[in-house]
Ligand binder design. Structure first.
Ligand code: SDX
Length: 438
């Protein structure tokens, strides 16, 4: 991995306490964050695997895209802080940064914007895929299907070893998934699909496709568009989370990028991951009133009760999720801009956060609000149905997924991901014919 000379190479020595055998393993340092112990030769030298079922201590790859410091609550993309990007950048500019490594110069930005804009329409035949779903299908079920179907339309860009085809697939996915998301929302509402508009920017166009109807003109509210763009920025990428790891593993088999992104959508759907934003709103409805908060906090602590405080806790952040900080401020701004003062759900969420962060159970486990805790409140204020919240997360995370996929494919040492296991099943035993089984 690193070109450190042998004498300067840092190492970690593992010793088998039973046999006294030891194995010297290289240690690699990143730009910042924890160093890694390179265990690639561990099995060959010791006959042992490492064991880390939910990857709490495992680095699956090298990456230059995103850095998270969970203890300090830091998130940066290519060295730029999420706070700066959320307050000064745009979602499409962040997409360029994640894909190509630097903030675009003006001419690069106009070319990129044009490339994305002119790929926002989908093949007209894709409309027929929607007809196969029940009108009350969950929007994420529809998205899993229609995004995977994209690969049936773009045989001219499925060669993952061709740099130009990789780039056009990335542009097509970033441009078309918002269109498919808006079509999904329209289909579940029984309203006609709305075509993209090239005269609108990314988030304005998305809101127009979601909320305009043929019966009257729809003017995009700039406050809504800015809030939408900020939400997309905050959800764009997040290191090797479950859905990104799913995309990378699917991509390691050389599956086409459309199929890989569909796999990422499926993984994001879970309530422990991207499905949490929908679950937070449902939880706030379930709690109903601040007087009920203590009862629900007790349920969240009860190991025999499946209830969890949705939007709280994180595998990496053991401090406040910096995205939740930005969203909390944004929720307040958007709601007051919309004239929705003292929104009851926002008030309930802030009271729930206040009480939980005084409770030793949550403080001792460093369970803070995460990105999903406040996002749903803004999305609801913007007019989205709760069932669309995770679809909106997928629209944003497509930029991170495809950037991570591109980075992996462009690594010289791409190999299929193939973890091993600790086998705890039966030892070898002879087959017994059915008439001899007792
Ligand atoms: C996202 O990985 C990413 O980067 C994800 C994400 C991204 O941008 O891609 O940031 C997006 O997925 C955010 C997380 C959204 N999910 C939720 O809000 C669902 C609620 N949160 C929990 O399910 C949980 O906190 C997870 C899944 C987020 C993290 O789970 P971990 O790291 O496996 O932690 P854990 O379950 O081992 O919890 C440690 C302790 C346990 O108690 P003890 O066994 O130590 O007594 O904390 C408890 C847990 O029971 N705990 C909670 C809790 N979260 C953890 N207790 C009550 N409510 C919670 N929400």
């Amino acid at each position: 991995m690193s070109d450190t000379s042998d004498k300067d190479q840092k190492t970690f020595t593992l010793t088998n306490d039973q046999t006294g055998e030891s194995c010297k393993l290289p240690v690699h340092d990143g730009t910042c964050g924890p160093s890694v112990i390179d265990v690639r030769k561990l099995y060959a030298e010791t006959g042992h695997f490492t064991f880390d079922p939910s990857f709490t201590s495992t680095g699956s790859c090298k990456s230059r895209l995103t850095f998270i410091d969970g203890e300090e609550g830091i998130l940066m993309h290519r060295g730029y802080s999420i706070e700066d990007l959320a307050n000064k950048s745009s979602f499409l500019e962040l997409a360029f940064l994640l894909l190509y490594g630097d903030l675009p110069k003006p001419d690069e930005m106009s070319e990129f914007k044009e490339n994305i804009t002119y790929h926002t329409m989908v093949h007209e035949q894709l409309n027929f895929f929607f007809r196969g779903f029940r009108h009350d299908a969950h929007p994420m079920a529809i998205m899993c299907g229609v995004v995977a179907a994209l690969s049936a339309f773009y045989h001219d860009s499925l060669d993952i070893w061709d740099e130009k085809q990789r780039e056009i697939s990335a542009h097509r996915l970033i441009a078309k998934i918002p269109t498919l998301a808006a079509m999904t929302m329209k289909y579940t509402m029984g309203q006609p699909f709305v075509y993209p508009r090239n005269d609108l920017n990314f988030s304005e166009n998305f809101l127009h496709m979601c909320f305009s109807v043929p019966a009257e003109e729809y003017k995009v509210n700039p406050i809504y568009a800015r809030a939408m763009d900020k939400i997309f920025i905050l959800h764009a990428d997040h290191e090797q989370n479950a859905s990104t790891s799913t995309v990378r593993l699917a991509g390691s088999s050389q599956a086409n990028p459309f199929a890989c992104i569909a796999a990422g959508i499926a993984s994001l759907w879970g309530p422990s991951h991207g499905g949490a934003n929908q679950a937070v709103l449902e939880m706030l409805d379930q709690i109903g009133h601040k007087d009920n908060i203590p009862e629900f906090l007790e349920r969240a602590k009860d190991k025999d009760d499946p209830f969890r405080l949705m939007g709280f806790g994180h595998r990496v952040y053991k401090n406040y999720d910096p995205r939740a900080e930005v969203l909390k401020v944004s929720a307040d701004e958007v709601l007051s801009d919309l004239g929705v003062d003292n929104d009851p759900q926002l008030q309930l969420a802030m009271e729930l956060e206040r009480i939980a962060l005084e409770d030793p159970y949550f403080v001792d486990r460093k369970l803070f609000p995460n990105v999903d805790f406040y996002s749903g409140i803004i999305l609801k204020a913007l007019g989205f149905p709760t069932s669309m919240f995770t679809v909106l997360f997928a629209v944003a995370r497509t930029v991170g997924w495809i950037s991570q996929w591109k980075e992996m494919i462009e690594e010289p040492s791409l190999r299929i991901g193939r973890p091993r296991q600790l086998y705890t099943g039966p030892a070898a035993r002879p087959y017994v014919d059915i008439d001899k089984r007792k």
